[in-house]
Write a protein that binds this ligand. Structure first.
Ligand SMILES: *Cc1c(COP(=O)(O)O)cnc(C)c1O
Length: 418
């Protein structure tokens, strides 16, 4: 459920603010997030785990705007980070370092040092080599580094191959068969403190089956480690719960949590989760304007002022996003390709889409754009990245300015004249 809806004037609103008002004030393309939706999604997800000791660590990479992180921090969220940059963002947004978990297949010594210095909850270790490196950094700092081993449970998450992460073939985590030995090694290292076990099998998961398979394997390992005399305090089940973009019907947070909690039995494990998309995906839209329409051969094109540099998911994953007029939709429908100005045929937002007729100057909204939207934006084609706006009731706030033209080459330098 989200707070983007048709207002009393028939136009698309975010909470109590007409999106047209935001476009007039801020321009397009612009990402618009709804605080009420973010709050609701976080609280529903958090409440789903209320029967067990748990911590919800929002996956920062889905949408890392400081204001979004701050809203979640105020709700008590923890954070799942994948870089030193994300660590800095969470700290700048007022996040509690003691609720941060640090994932990622290639962490630098500087990043590990910054995380340990900040006093994070746990580093999710993704290789034997990384374990040794963390021990060295922790020794230098004179601390013990809290770690989980991210195991690769080798299950098929049944999602897009680019966002499947828990298959043997993927680069992520430590192979199942080596996990116990890695834990034995961790227990030997003086500056490592084992606190948990972690997995994350993929994103936009539409069923619980693969997660059940993964958690069952994880629990088997927890039991074996306990028998080895190693205390595992928390089980991190990753993120990945899918959302409805079109007609998908993923499990609800309650269904998802109940299914996983059932598998835990009465083991005294704290559950850590790393949801991204399910919190922020449907809490954001991208506003864009139709520049012109044209017909090439058999195809009618709606050319908009946003491109794949602003919203990459359709080009990268062939992802489907709802696109609708912000104004009162015309009765007449048309079949169109909605495309951006970028010099790539992959620069499309919709193909053969049946939608209300659109004319030059019309405002459009791309739905479900909160996750992996702005976060994946780039300056390709020397295009400025969009502004970001957060709506709160009947107010809206620019939470990131649109880049200036000079931002595009800030930090670049000409060669000396001679
Ligand atoms: C991307 C990622 C997540 C979040 O995935 P969603 O599908 O957005 O919930 C969680 N954990 C890790 C390790 C990730 O890489």
């Amino acid at each position: 459920m989200n707070h983007f809806h048709r207002g009393p004037d028939g136009e698309l609103w975010a909470e109590d603010v007409p999106l047209r008002r935001i476009a007039d004030a801020v321009g397009t393309p612009t990402y618009v997030y709804s605080r009420a939706t973010l709050t609701r999604h976080f609280q529903v997800f958090d409440a789903a785990w209320s029967g067990v000791d748990h911590l919800v660590c929002y996956a920062v990479k889905a949408c890392s705007n400081l204001a979004v992180l701050n809203v979640l921090a105020r709700l008590g969220a923890g954070f799942d980070i994948v870089s030193g940059g994300e660590l800095a963002r969470v700290l700048a947004a007022g996040g509690d370092p003691a609720k941060i978990v640090f994932s990622g297949v290639g962490k630098t010594a500087e990043e590990i040092e910054a995380a340990l210095t900040a006093g994070i909850l746990c580093v999710n270790v993704e290789s034997a080599a990384e374990l040794e490196q963390i021990d060295v950094v922790a020794a230098r700092l004179g601390v013990r580094a809290p770690i989980s081993v991210r195991v690769n449970p080798d299950v098929d998450p049944k999602t897009h191959p680019y966002i499947a992460t828990g298959l043997k073939r993927n680069k992520f985590g430590i192979p199942w068969a080596e996990a116990r030995a890695t834990y034995r090694r961790a227990a030997e290292l003086e500056h490592i403190e084992v606190v948990g076990l972690d997995f994350h099998i993929g994103s936009q998961l539409k069923e619980t089956g693969p997660l059940v398979e993964a958690i069952d394997r994880a629990i088997e390992l927890v039991d074996a480690l306990t028998a080895d005399g190693l205390a595992i305090h928390h089980l991190d089940v990753g993120g990945g719960l899918g959302i409805t973009y079109n007609e998908e019907a993923p499990p609800s947070p309650a269904e998802y949590a109940t299914t996983l909690i059932e598998r835990l039995g009465d083991r005294p494990l704290r559950v850590v989760t790393e949801p991204g998309r399910v919190i922020v995906g449907n809490a954001g839209v991208m506003l864009m304007r139709c520049l012109l329409t044209k017909r090439n051969g058999e195809t009618d094109f709606v050319v908009v002022d946003a491109g794949m540099n602003d919203a990459l998911r359709p080009a990268l994953y062939d992802a489907w996003h709802g696109i609708e007029p912000v104004g009162v939709p015309a009765d007449a429908t048309q079949v169109v390709d909605v495309v951006g100005p970028v010099c790539e045929s992959g620069d499309f937002f919709a193909r053969d889409r049946v939608m209300p007729a659109v004319a030059a100057g019309d405002l459009l909204a791309m739905r479900s754009a909160g996750a992996y939207g702005f976060a994946m934006a780039s300056n390709y084609n020397s295009r400025r990245r969009p502004a970001e706006v957060l709506v709160d009731g009947d107010r809206f706030y620019v939470v990131r300015d649109r880049e200036a033209i000079t931002d595009l080459f800030a930090g670049e330098h000409l060669l000396p004249e001679t």
